[in-house]
Design a protein around this ligand. Structure first.
Ligand code: ZN
Ligand code: ZN
Length: 445
């Protein structure tokens, strides 16, 4: 960063915006906001490079860019508990040593990964729709629906400007678990006017509306009901609503439920602790499955992306220590294949098919819904919030570009932000500097 910019961002109220991860890729979300030399970060996530082996390489943001420019991060504000928003905390928090603010659900996920009590003492739980003050920043977490409970957008008032940082979101009137989007609050925010939206671009190229989680529950029920043998469903462990739906389906189809994989057990424990699963069926231990008829079994497991160490990969190889799949069993992929994982997923499916396992995916019936907004939802949110400007983030160039083009059709001044850029938001977002700041690749776990 040029010396003049460095001085400018430290001596002026801006506000300034500097993404160090997530702007130009999906993953490693880490966005800095500064005013009068007071800086906060929104999210602290990890990214992945997927490779054909299915064993992803972890990427984290490079915080040296903040350090060399004299930026001290005073607080990290978490929008929600997905890995691409909290996954870098185990690596970066011990260096940043500042308080972290998160919803109860995201907080539990963070706490399950951090062992250092000095850090955990700095973990604070927020209540949505309440204003928190961080130096010159006044921040409110605004509940939105997504594919994990307790996702939030952030309303940030600073230096006379109103910024809305969307986080990850969709408009789901029936999210199965958790609260719905705080529509009235968003409308009220829009009445006062929003200067800049920092917005999720993931599904901006897609027209229409995302599918509701309740429709996925119905789709899975209809798919599972007639199946004659053992049913195994693989989904993302963080999608607690999906796991809840499968628990309900197990009850409705008279099957016993079992969960495989430590991340599934971890999320289930958190869901129970926070009272999301009060009417969830008792699960049976995987080792007891052998005593039950196959048609009375419904198993949820990790590994939908072909990860070689996950439960499904072991089952496909026939070397899971607690369960063996048999010919005629059914494996349902309640997930989408993340770009980059196609080869690993295809290999997994092939292994299952060789064992005469019946595969069912999204192309057979509704088994999955995205957690991100398509164009109809983006239009609706922007009608409520009436922003003057958009800085597109949470996406690769292609997603960000589609987002900007769409916003411009709605008469919103829009541009894509990129990692390492510095924007002055005191008027229309103005790019004042840009530095090369690639993500750091970690050694494989
Ligand atoms: Zn997310
Ligand atoms: Zn995300």
């Amino acid at each position: 960063m040029q010396k003049t910019t460095r001085t400018l961002i430290r001596q002026n109220q801006g506000p300034f915006f500097m993404p160090l991860g997530g702007a130009g890729e999906i993953g490693a979300n880490f966005y800095l906001y500064g005013s009068n030399d007071y800086w906060i970060a929104v999210d602290c996530g990890q990214g992945f490079i997927n490779n054909p082996s299915g064993d992803p390489q972890v990427l984290i943001p490079d915080i040296r860019a903040a350090k060399v420019n004299g930026i001290v991060i005073r607080a990290i504000l978490i929008t929600h508990g997905h890995e691409d928003h909290i996954g870098a905390l185990p690596h970066l928090w011990k260096k940043l040593r500042c308080p972290v603010y998160a919803s109860p659900f995201a907080g539990e996920l963070i706490a399950s990964r951090i062992k250092d009590n000095r850090l955990l003492n700095q973990l604070h739980t927020i209540n949505p729709l309440k204003t928190y003050h961080f130096g010159p920043f006044h921040v409110e977490w605004v509940p939105v629906t997504h594919s994990i409970p307790e996702a939030n957008g952030l309303l940030i008032n600073v230096a006379g400007r109103t910024i809305y940082h969307t986080g990850d979101w969709k408009l789901d009137p029936t999210p199965v678990l958790g609260r719905t989007t705080a529509i009235k609050r968003l409308q009220a925010i829009g009445e006062k006017g929003v200067d800049v939206i920092i917005g999720d671009s993931t599904n901006a190229p897609i027209s229409g509306h995302s599918i509701s989680e309740a429709s996925v529950q119905q789709g899975l029920l209809e798919m599972i009901r007639p199946l004659p043998n053992r049913v195994l469903v693989t989904c993302f462990a963080s999608n607690l609503a999906r796991i809840y739906s499968l628990g309900k389906i197990a009850q409705q189809t008279n099957r016993h439920l079992s969960l495989l994989g430590p991340s599934m057990q971890r999320i289930l424990g958190i869901g129970k602790k926070l009272n999301y699963l009060n009417d969830f069926p008792e699960q049976i231990q995987p080792q007891e499955l052998g005593y039950l008829p196959r048609h009375e079994q419904l198993i949820i497991c990790t590994g939908s992306q072909g990860e070689p160490r996950a439960a499904l990969a072991r089952l496909a190889e026939g070397n899971h220590r607690l369960l063996e799949l048999e010919a005629g069993d059914h494996v349902i992929f309640s997930s989408k294949t993340i770009p980059g994982n196609e080869v690993a997923v295809a290999r997994l499916m092939e292994q299952l098919a060789i064992r005469n396992i019946q595969l069912l995916t999204d192309s057979d019936s509704l088994t999955h819904a995205s957690g991100h907004p398509a164009q109809d939802e983006i239009r609706q949110l922007y009608e409520w919030l009436r922003p003057k400007h958009l800085l597109a983030m949470h996406g690769e160039d292609y997603h960000q570009e589609a987002h900007c083009n769409f916003a411009m059709r709605l008469d919103i001044n829009a541009r894509s932000a990129k990692d390492g850029e510095v924007y002055d938001l005191s008027a229309a977002p103005k790019l004042i500097d840009a530095i090369e700041i690639p993500l750091i690749q970690l050694e494989n776990r």
